[in-house]
Ligand binder design. Structure first.
Ligand SMILES: [Zn+2]
Length: 261
C-alpha cells in the first residue's frame, strides 16, 4: 500500500470520470487506434494518479474501470484490472515534474512519422508558437519496461517550453497543468505535425524569428481566451467550452523552461 496522504474527498471520483471522458477525445480527434494511447491525471493533494486499464477497448472505458496508482506506478485501486502498460512512464513524470498534473500518450500518425525519423517539428506556424513556444523536440529511443521512457520524457521537456515530446521511433507524450491541457497538447501536436509535413512536400517552410515566437507564446499563454472568473464565481464547466476556447496547456508554475528553448 502507498504511504501517500489520503486523497481529498471526491477527488478520485471526479478524476475517474474526467480521465474516462478524455479518452474519448483521443478517439474523436483520431489520435489512437485499437487500445493504444492513454491519459492520466494526478490526484491533487495525494501521491496518486488515475489512468486507464491496459488493453480495454475505448468504448468500454468508464469511470468505474479507471485505475488509481501511486507515484511508483503501483496499483492502489484497480478492481482486478492491470493499469496501462505505460503507467511507469506516467509515474516517472509525476515524480519528477511536480508542476505536471496531466500526461497523455498517443501514436498519432503524423507525429509518429516525425518520431520515426527522429526529427523535431520546427516552429514554423503561429499556432505552434502559441501552444509550444518552440519546436516540438525529440526524445531518445527507449524500451518499455523500466524508467527509460519516463526519464527520456523528463530529460527532454525539462527546460523546454513545449508540453509535447516525440519519443524517437515511438510516439507522442504530452504534459499539462491538468489532463485536459495534456489532451489539448496531443491534439495540437498532431495537427501541426500534419501541417508542417504537408508544407515540407511543397518546399522548405519559412522559420519564425525567435523574438516573434516569444511574443506569440506570451500572448497566447497569458492573454488569449476568457479572463479568469472573479474569486468565488463559478468557472464555466469544461462541457461548456471547446478545447480551443480553453487557456493553453500553460504550465504557469513551470519556471524551469528556457526563454527560447
Ligand atoms: Zn506507445
Amino acid at each position: 500500500m502507498s504511504s501517500s496522504p489520503p486523497a481529498p474527498p471526491g477527488a478520485v471520483a471526479r478524476l475517474r470520470a474526467q480521465v474516462s471522458e478524455l479518452h474519448q477525445e483521443l478517439v474523436r480527434y483520431q489520435l489512437v487506434v485499437w487500445t493504444a494511447g492513454n491519459v492520466s491525471a494526478r490526484v491533487p493533494g495525494a501521491d496518486l494518479f488515475v489512468i486507464k486499464p491496459s488493453g480495454v477497448d475505448y468504448d468500454r472505458l468508464a469511470p468505474s474501470n479507471m485505475i488509481v496508482c501511486d507515484l511508483d506506478g503501483r496499483v492502489v485501486e484497480g478492481g482486478g484490472l492491470s493499469p496501462s502498460s505505460d503507467t511507469a512512464a506516467h509515474a516517472y513524470v509525476y515524480r519528477h515534474m511536480p508542476e505536471v498534473s496531466g500526461v497523455v500518450h498517443t501514436h498519432s500518425t503524423y507525429a509518429c512519422a516525425w518520431a520515426a525519423r527522429g526529427e523535431a517539428v520546427p516552429c514554423v506556424l503561429t499556432a505552434m508558437a502559441d501552444e509550444f513556444g518552440a519546436e516540438i523536440p525529440v526524445g531518445p529511443f527507449a524500451l518499455i519496461g523500466d524508467d527509460s521512457i519516463g526519464r527520456g520524457i523528463v530529460d527532454t521537456l525539462r527546460g523546454h517550453r513545449s508540453p509535447a515530446v516525440l519519443m524517437r521511433n515511438h510516439g507522442v507524450f504530452t504534459v499539462g497543468k491538468d489532463a485536459r491541457a495534456a489532451v489539448k497538447a496531443a491534439v495540437m501536436c498532431e495537427d501541426v505535425a500534419r501541417t508542417v509535413h504537408i508544407s515540407r512536400q511543397l518546399g522548405e517552410p519559412l522559420p519564425i524569428a525567435g523574438p516573434d515566437i516569444d511574443r506569440l507564446y506570451d500572448r497566447y499563454q497569458n492573454v488569449y481566451g476568457q479572463p479568469a472568473p472573479p474569486a468565488g464565481a463559478a468557472a464555466p464547466s469544461a462541457a461548456d467550452l471547446s478545447p480551443f476556447d480553453l487557456p493553453a496547456a500553460d504550465l504557469s508554475a513551470r519556471t524551469d523552461r528556457g526563454a527560447t528553448a
